[in-house]
Design a protein around this ligand. Structure first.
Ligand code: NVA
Length: 250
């Protein structure tokens, strides 16, 4: 939706190809799909489940390929998130973000972008659900301060933002019960918020499961910036498209 609206606002067009229509790798090998699309369009925004698929598209398309969400990363979300903090006047290189819950795709992208802006991220994750150590190492190399600990209260202490995401991401439906058990105690709620700095913001990439990873009260409460984050996906993606296509705004 945000890419389609964004392209329209920029005076361009977007063509949506659903999973059933394109059948990546089934109807046609991924490199061939990439080469075809690359001959017809100026850029591709791909929401594939497997990260390797988006990388394969990028290798063969010959036009910019934007990862619009994969099981490993969600970079457009992280761009929107740091933009949301920046537009609120936050100094990102002094910012401490507490990630509570699953060290998943959104967490990975926040870590990598934290590296680029010099922010600090403390991830509180249950054992076995920490972010990929390779991603954390890369984030540190890029300049992020990264800690991975088990205790959500310790992570929230002194944090400028509490950020959480669903406990069950796309493709993990079979692990529902195990995950729900593992993440019990990792809910972002008013009790946890009390450990953060006064004026801390509450963040979520949405869709949210109210009452699971975040309480209804906190998601809809005065600290929540979740719909600013959602709006900003539209804006940062337009900026990203203009940058990649080397164009200026109309
Ligand atoms: N971690 C979630 C993010 C959704 C925007 C998922 O991958 O399903």
């Amino acid at each position: 939706m945000t890419f389609e609206v964004g392209m329209r606002q920029l005076g361009g067009e977007a063509i949506y190809l659903g999973a059933q229509e394109i059948q990546l790798g089934v109807r046609e090998p991924v490199p061939d799909v990439a080469r075809n699309l690359g001959r017809w369009v100026d850029a591709i925004a791909a929401r594939t489940f497997r990260h390797a698929t988006v990388e394969e598209l990028a290798r063969h398309a010959g036009v910019p390929v934007i990862n619009a969400l994969s099981d490993r990363e969600h970079p457009c979300q992280a761009l929107a998130d740091f933009f949301t903090l920046w537009e609120r006047g936050q100094e990102l290189d002094k910012f401490r973000l507490a990630w509570i819950g699953d060290g998943n795709n959104v967490c990975h992208s926040l870590l990598l972008l934290a590296g680029l802006v010099g922010a600090e991220i403390v991830c509180a994750c249950p054992a076995g659900y920490e972010p990929d150590p390779g991603v954390a190492a890369r984030a540190r190399e890029l300049g992020a301060r990264v800690e991975v600990i088990p205790d959500p209260r310790e992570a929230a202490t002194g944090a400028d933002a509490l950020y959480t995401d669903v406990w069950i991401s796309m493709g993990q439906e079979a692990e529902q019960e195990t995950r729900r058990r593992a993440f019990r105690g990792y809910q972002v709620n008013e009790d946890l918020l009390a450990f953060a700095r006064v004026g801390a913001v509450v963040m979520h990439c949405l869709p949210a499961h109210r009452g699971e990873e975040i309480s209804e009260e906190t998601l809809d409460g005065p600290h929540s910036v979740v719909f600013d984050q959602a709006e900003n996906r539209l804006h940062v993606q337009k900026a990203l498209l203009l940058t990649l296509l080397d164009r200026t705004a109309p």
